[in-house]
Design a protein around this ligand. Structure first.
Ligand SMILES: *[C@@H]1O[C@H](CO)[C@@H](O)[C@H](O)[C@H]1NC(C)=O
Ligand SMILES: *[C@@H]1O[C@H](CO)[C@@H](O)[C@H](O)[C@H]1NC(C)=O
Ligand SMILES: *[C@@H]1O[C@H](CO)[C@@H](O)[C@H](O)[C@H]1NC(C)=O
Ligand SMILES: *[C@@H]1O[C@H](CO)[C@@H](O)[C@H](O)[C@H]1NC(C)=O
Length: 446
């Protein structure tokens, strides 16, 4: 019996010892990993109120974002990879901390990365083959410090009489010099500044409203036009809602409007709860928007969720357009890979808190020619996701729904509408207010 028992014990020892060792090793690794990860999160938290500088793209299939740049040989990807590596919070926690504190630090870093990439043989060889407007973009993409030519006097746009309550919504509308009629229509309709009531049956919107402010974002006309300039100056004087910078107002310069707007917002408007950033050819149901935003403020945990709050018509995993006749054409020698999730289509709403975080993050991101995509890229690096809402209608109403009496009370935004249509729609919305005041916003698959 004894030998047999011994053998059994030997077998047991042989089998179990490695198992136990492995189990212990596993526990050890898990504990170490947890500690390392916690350490990273805390180092993010210390960053001047910019906690959680996560560098992981969320979603069903999370990837660290430096892994997103597998296609490193395209110009923009290469440029950004040096920055992303520099601010990688796991590899270089000290840089991540320092970067937000010292703005000049990032500028010199951006410039250094740029001169390295632009002087590569492969870049020089390819540059002449790039389309004209990409070449133009590259030649100027390092500069962001364009001075303001016209701006509201030290305050946050039109509608800035001192208010007890923080303004609820700032309408920041991209416009161009010639679109005078669009601005006129917007000021008289959905873009009225001051107190705006939410939808109420009898029209007096007691506590359901909020203060609205308005600013138009412009660059310079490509061809110097005295008439347009004089008109803009008059508008600026009369309405105090023009914010114009000294750069050419071209399609590939639109990202500058976001970056410079954030910087102005942080200086002049930082108390504002929400920002609408959109085009001047859309119709917005402002009373509905006000009540929708009021609801967001009332939600439990609002102070937390508002840090990341962005809502609009969200496009996930878009691919760059490789067809060279399109205005969105993006050659793959300039950018490779998917676009990040982004909110597009004429208008997006985000919290004032997020605007300030986007401002900080934008200092770590090279400009990208398409503005919506650029905002999406900043969001990825903030580990924040835009929320899709079907009441943002990029492609108009389906079928004949528009003809229903209350159709415009079910939406927050519709693209595109001419100035004349905007005025007619506003009259219609006011007229049907009593009948339609409680219809809900559109939902998915309606
Ligand atoms: C990071 O900063 C800490 C203190 O702020 C310092 O002790 C440490 O040496 C730094 N690490 C590197 C790699 O510079
Ligand atoms: C920012 O960093 C640069 C270079 O590291 C340094 O020369 C400059 O003094 C810093 N500025 C501030 C305000 O800390
Ligand atoms: C952007 O604006 C600058 C300054 O006016 C101009 O030189 C540049 O050509 C513009 N970029 C593009 C892509 O149009
Ligand atoms: C677009 O590409 C085709 C060939 O791929 C070329 O012949 C044409 O000139 C290009 N058009 C523009 C506007 O660059």
């Amino acid at each position: 019996m004894a030998p047999c028992y011994c053998r059994l014990r030997r077998v047991l020892i042989c089998v179990c010892t490695p198992c136990i060792s492995l189990a212990l090793l596993f526990v050890y690794i898990t504990v170490m990993l947890c500690m390392a990860m916690n350490g990273t999160t805390t180092s993010g938290t210390a960053v001047q109120g910019l906690d959680a500088v996560h560098f992981v793209a969320s979603g069903n299939n999370p990837k660290t974002f430096w892994a997103l740049h597998q296609h490193g040989d395209a110009f923009w990807n290469r440029l950004q990879r040096t920055l992303d590596n520099h601010f990688n919070p796991i590899l270089r926690p000290n840089n991540t901390k320092r970067g937000f504190e010292n703005g000049t630090f990032n500028e010199s870093l951006l410039a250094q990365g740029f001169s390295e990439v632009i002087n590569l043989d492969s870049t020089r060889r390819n540059f002449d083959q790039l389309p004209q407007q990409i070449q133009e973009f590259i030649s100027h993409m390092q500069r962001r410090d364009y001075p303001a030519l016209l701006q509201p006097d030290g305050v946050c746009g039109a509608g800035t009489k001192e208010t007890k309550e923080a303004p609820l919504l700032l309408l920041a509308i991209k416009s161009t010099g010639q679109n005078f009629l669009n601005r006129l229509a917007i000021r008289r309709t959905w873009g009225q500044a001051g107190w705006v009531a939410g939808p109420k049956r009898n029209g007096n919107g007691g506590e359901g409203g909020g203060y609205v402010r308005r600013v138009f974002l412009l660059g310079k006309e490509s061809t110097e036009d005295r008439g347009v300039n004089a008109l803009l100056q008059m508008e600026s004087k009369q309405y105090g809602d023009i914010l114009q910078w000294d750069f050419k107002d071209t399609f590939f310069n639109l990202t500058l409007k976001d970056v410079l707007f954030w910087s102005w917002f942080k200086r002049s408007c930082s108390r504002t709860r929400f920002v609408f950033k959109g085009d001047d050819d859309v119709f917005v149901n402002t009373p509905k928007m006000i009540s929708y935003l009021r609801d967001q403020l009332k939600k439990p945990q609002a102070h937390k969720t508002l840090r990341d709050f962005m809502v609009g018509d969200v496009i996930a995993a878009a691919v760059p357009i490789r067809f060279n006749e399109s205005k969105y054409f993006m050659p793959d020698s300039f950018y490779k890979g998917f676009y990040p999730m982004y909110a597009g289509g004429g208008g997006v709403v985000y919290s004032g808190l997020l605007a300030k975080r986007l401002h900080d993050m934008s200092k770590r991101l090279n400009l990208f020619p398409i503005d919506d995509v650029y905002v999406g890229m900043c969001m990825v690096r903030l580990n924040a996701q835009p929320v899709h809402h079907p009441a943002f209608l990029t492609f108009d109403f389906p079928n004949k729904e528009e003809e229903e009496l209350c159709s415009y009370h079910t939406i927050l935004l519709v693209h595109k509408r001419s100035p004349d249509e905007v005025v007619k729609l506003w009259v219609h919305v006011k007229k049907t207010q009593a009948q339609c005041w409680d219809v809900p916003l559109r939902e998915a698959n309606k």
